[in-house]
Design a protein around this ligand. Structure first.
Ligand SMILES: [Zn+2]
Length: 843
């Protein structure tokens, strides 16, 4: 193993011993003779880390052992050891990095606290030490399972671990550690370094996502995984920068001196721009996905949005490959954007890379899609305390600016102006979906281009897929029939994708073993090592990395096995036959990242926060969509980073919106600082253009976002807009939903005529008139302006129900009095649900 790889592996594993220590088991006896003199102050866990290396790694990768053993005592030792020591500090980004030892037994008391319980943007009680929003994760392997990824109060975790709660955490660590090493043994057959490294990376994510990286003198809110990942990313950058020993010494001395409160001659090294934070974002997404005709649009819609995810991921990985950086340096990728940590020395290459990407995108998408790629210099100092979070915000601002000057870097090239703005209309036949004139053919009675057609196939493929297979190689040869398809487009970034229900490793293509690398990801299932056992090391001519990915892929099918179109989703609704759009996103996301963690905006926490949010939107949403009542009726077109877009039968939308909202609140520790808002719009007709429905749902979402607190500051959001009316979520999912349920029962089981709905509208109109004159409070509570209440009493008194339904009627009246301002939502909802309309029988 060469020096660089040795360093990477050591950085990735330097603290793995902390996990093992948690189990209370001893380290390998060969380290018994080591003293704090050897492993450094607070470095005892290094003995367990080294034990892991010599016991479980393939022999050829064990030479990272000495770097692992001494990472807390780098004085007078080699350069790479110092690189790891510094990377370790910078990843922690706070004073504790210098003193991260553990009090004896601390690890056995404190599980990982959820990063969400620590967010405070001034919207509710501060999430201090004594906050009621303190929630923890169980010590369990990562899975899309409510018992695993939803945080709980400490007492609940203890109770669930059963009797003998004394050593509950130690026991949990022991179990998890054993499962972890069993899987590490499974991957021993992988001989290629990169393949081994990538696969181990995914195992670490699966097992150390819930292990706190530090529990002493520090908040136990950073998962070991994020610490290992970012330390490795930083170490890789330092190595690639060919840093000198003097720089490393100066930075470490400088940090130590600062801790004691004095600035020093080392400040210069601390401020040297040794790193780059690269940010990329695809612009043109909205138009690309939604500005298509609704003619058969549903078929390819998920394919369209998924193509964009693949595109941004392909580009992010293309950049990593061009800069020869490992996986760990992709800090985040999702929702059409990505962040990469790179060494400062590559800045010159980046200009060329950016130009190349712009050219490829121009060639494939004729200016419709564009990548904004920006970067910022970072110094060692920028990893301290809140500084990394500030830089994270800055790169976001820079990207927003970059979106305004598309294509400037290639506009100067000869003939380019015409390519971008030039005449595209050649008067030929146009694709009925996207309007393109390229590769248009007749297909099942419609004219469709090869790109749109291929996205329909992609949508079908991912819906059934259990595996995501990705091949990286130079000069991919596209088959004739795939010209002009999405695969053709992405091949320009040196990557080929396939989505399969089942795989046999032996049959994976091996055209050019020297220059290929295959990735096999299991979808929505973290048990991915089972496919490895079939293949022995020598069989695998091409290096294969294994891992897992989360992806929302639930798709509604009709009886003939085709993806339902909007008309069919409308016909499957209860009551009126309509389809609807639901959009939702996290409120104040920018503020959450920018200031939510106060001084603790370190690289490892930001990495964790992004991952946890995407775990909900890419992972948990899929679990919700495949649940009873939603499967087959809703179509998640997009769900990623922090937002989602769902199309489906209209009656399912308020239900699934509520379910998503409630799960999100629990997932984020019921912290009042982390809320989400929702907008639902019902398409007025089956053939209504999707782009318009998308816009209206966007406006509905904006309405929810403008909801104010009683005292109107600060804006509180946290609402839903349904049937045109914005309300706070707690009101919607509480009494409004109850009122709707009561009315529905009265109509369906109680035999009350639908005419009551019209009378309720009239009562609301009366209330509106009075509140316009006297204000809402007087109209609602003061008897003098309460004509609407006499009307209500009159209507209720004349409503005939059976004896058993009388309490229901009385309760309904009470609910109406209490929620008169929201009455139209409940009434219209029930009106739509109970209207008899015939669905067309079309498959
Ligand atoms: Zn087309």
């Amino acid at each position: 193993m060469d020096k660089e790889n040795t360093l990477r592996l050591a950085a990735l594993l330097h603290d793995i011993g902390k996990f093992w220590q948690g189990s209370g088991e001893p380290h390998d006896s060969r380290y018994n003779h080591l003293t704090p003199e050897d492993y450094g102050k607070h470095g005892a866990h290094a003995k367990w880390s080294a034990s892991f290396v010599v016991n479980y790694l393939p022999e050829e990768f064990q030479n990272c052992e000495s770097l692992v053993s001494y990472h807390h005592n780098s004085k007078n030792r080699d350069l790479n050891l110092k690189i790891i020591a510094l990377a370790d500090w910078l990843s922690s980004g706070e004073r504790r990095g210098l003193e991260e030892g553990e009090g004896k037994g601390e690890r056995e008391k404190t599980p990982l606290i959820s990063i969400f319980s620590r967010i405070d943007i001034g919207k509710g009680r501060s999430s201090s030490e004594y906050s009621e929003y303190r929630y923890y994760y169980p010590v369990k392997k990562l899975e899309l399972n409510r018992d695993v990824i939803f945080p709980k109060p400490l007492e609940d975790l203890k109770r669930e671990s059963g009797p003998g709660a004394e050593d509950w955490l130690k026991g949990a660590y022991k179990c998890l550690w054993n499962e972890f090493v069993d899987e590490v043994k499974e991957i021993k057959t992988i001989r290629d370094f990169d393949a081994y490294f990538n696969t181990l990376y995914h195992l670490l994510q699966k097992y150390t996502w819930c292990v706190p990286s530090a529990v002493w003198r520090s908040k136990p809110d950073v998962p070991l995984f994020d610490h290992l990942k970012t330390a490795c990313a930083i170490a890789s950058c330092l190595y690639k920068s060919n840093v000198e020993e003097e720089y490393l010494d100066n930075v470490m001395n400088g940090l130590e001196k600062r801790r004691r409160g004095n600035l020093s001659e080392c400040e210069e090294a601390l401020n040297e721009a040794k790193f780059l934070l690269i940010g990329g974002d695809i612009s043109g997404i909205q138009k690309f996905i939604y500005a298509i005709t609704s003619k058969g649009a549903a078929k390819g819609l998920r394919g369209r949005s998924f193509y964009l995810e693949l595109l941004s991921e392909s580009i992010a990985k293309y950049i990593l490959r061009e800069l020869s950086l490992p996986f760990t340096n992709l800090l985040y990728c999702g929702g059409g954007h990505f962040y990469i940590l790179a060494p400062g020395v590559v800045e010159a290459d980046l200009n060329a890379i950016r130009k190349r990407i712009a050219e490829i995108l121009l060639e494939i998408h004729k200016g419709e899609l564009y990548l904004v790629l920006e970067w910022l210099p970072l110094s060692a100092n920028d990893f301290q305390n809140e500084k990394f979070g500030i830089k994270w915000g800055e790169i976001g601002d820079k990207i927003a600016l970059g979106k305004k000057r598309k294509f400037t870097e290639i506009l100067e090239m000869p003939g380019m102006h015409e390519k971008i703005f030039g005449p595209i209309d050649r008067g030929g036949t146009r694709c009925e979906i996207c309007g393109s004139e390229e590769g248009v053919r007749e297909e099942e009675g419609r004219m469709v281009c090869s790109f749109c057609k291929s996205l329909e196939v992609l949508a079908k493929d991912i819906a059934r897929a259990n595996y995501w297979i990705e091949t990286w190689k130079e000069g991919i040869k596209i088959r004739e029939e795939e010209r002009g398809c999405w695969k053709d487009a992405l091949s320009k970034f040196g990557v080929e994708y396939e989505f399969k229900e089942n795989i046999e490793i032996e049959t994976l293509k091996k055209e050019d073993p020297e220059h290929e690398h295959i990735f096999v990801y299991k979808l929505n299932d973290t048990n991915f090592t089972d496919v490895i056992s079939g293949c022995t090391g020598t069989d695998m001519e091409v290096p294969i990395s294994f891992g897992f990915k989360f992806l929302v892929k639930n798709t509604p099918y009709n009886t003939s096995g085709e993806i339902k179109d909007f008309g069919q989703m409308a016909d499957d609704s209860a009551g009126i036959k309509r389809w609807a759009v639901l959009r939702a996103d996290v409120d104040d996301l920018g503020m959450i990242f920018l200031g939510g963690l106060g001084e603790d905006r370190t690289i490892s926490r930001i990495s964790n926060l992004s991952f946890m949010l995407s775990l909900f939107f890419r992972g948990w949403i899929e679990r919700i969509c495949e649940g009873e009542g939603y499967k087959g009726k809703i179509y998640a077109i997009y769900s990623g980073g922090d937002d989602l877009f769902i199309v489906g039968s209209w009656d399912r939308m308020p239900e699934i919106g509520k379910r998503i909202y409630e799960d999100f609140r629990v997932f984020t520790c019921r912290n009042p600082n982390i809320t989400s808002s929702t907008g639902i719009t019902i398409a007025p007709s089956k053939k209504y253009p999707l782009s318009q429905a998308a816009d209206t749902a966007g406006e509905a979402l904006d309405k929810s976002k403008s909801l104010k607190k009683e005292d109107s500051t600060p804006i509180e959001k946290d609402g839903i807009t349904f049937l045109g009316m914005p309300v706070k979520w707690y009101e919607f999912s509480g009494e409004i939903t109850n009122l709707k349920a009561n009315l529905e029962k009265l109509l369906k089981a109680g035999g009350v005529s639908r005419a009551i709905l019209q009378k309720l509208y009239e009562i609301y109109d009366e209330y509106k008139r009075e509140s316009a004159k006297h204000g809402e409070a007087l109209a609602k509570y003061d008897d003098r302006y309460g004509r609407w209440r006499w009307l209500l009493a009159y209507v209720i008194a004349r409503t005939k129900v059976s004896k058993e339904n009388e309490p229901l009627l009385r309760e309904t009246e009470k609910l109406i009095r209490k929620n008169i301002e929201y009455l139209p939502i409940a009434v219209r909802w029930v009106e739509f649900l109970t209207r008899k309309e015939q669905g067309e029988k079309n498959g």
